[in-house]
Write a new protein. Structure first.
Length: 138
């Protein structure tokens, strides 16, 4: 086991939010890097050292969308990323504010049919079954 400061066996986490409101899921359109620009993702970002995933994801959503949220259960499987990072999705409840594209090109709400036709970033496509089931449960 590695225990040194700043040296962990755990991969760094990138957390992504499945925000569902009124039966629709929030998607955000990336501006970078060039090969992902224009594609849609679940908003989120890197969890910083010392943050819980829930606190870090809520911070990212405050920065990216200007909203207050409550981070709930994990959804879908882990997606390995380059650089010893792992991408994880969480069901997130919107508490206050209207999501704005503060760091994205745009945001939009989609129903299950629109989600199926959306140009998602490849990593997030693996969650389509769970996201569709989540939408259909509301
Ligand atoms: O948004 P940011 O660039 O901080 O994300 C870090 C990494 O996680 C990037 O490689 C990005 O493509 C990936 N990511 C993803 N799906 C998301 C959020 C981030 O694949 N919903």
């Amino acid at each position: 086991m590695q225990t040194g400061a700043g040296n962990s066996a755990e991969p760094r986490e990138v957390a992504a939010a499945a925000i569902v409101d009124a039966g629709r899921l929030l998607l955000a359109q990336r501006v970078s890097p060039p090969h992902l620009a224009g594609l849609w993702e679940l908003p989120g970002g890197k969890i910083e050292a010392g943050e819980t995933p829930a606190d870090g994801l809520a911070r990212e959503l405050r920065e990216e969308l200007g909203v207050e949220t409550v981070v709930g259960a994990r959804i879908g499987s882990d997606v390995p990323l380059a650089g010893a990072m792992v991408l994880r999705a969480y069901v997130v409840e919107l508490k206050s504010g209207t999501p704005e594209a503060l760091e994205h090109a745009a945001v939009r709400w989609v129903d299950a049919e629109q989600l199926a036709g959306a140009d998602l970033v490849p990593n997030d496509e693996v969650w389509l079954p769970e996201l569709t089931a989540l939408l259909e449960s509301f």
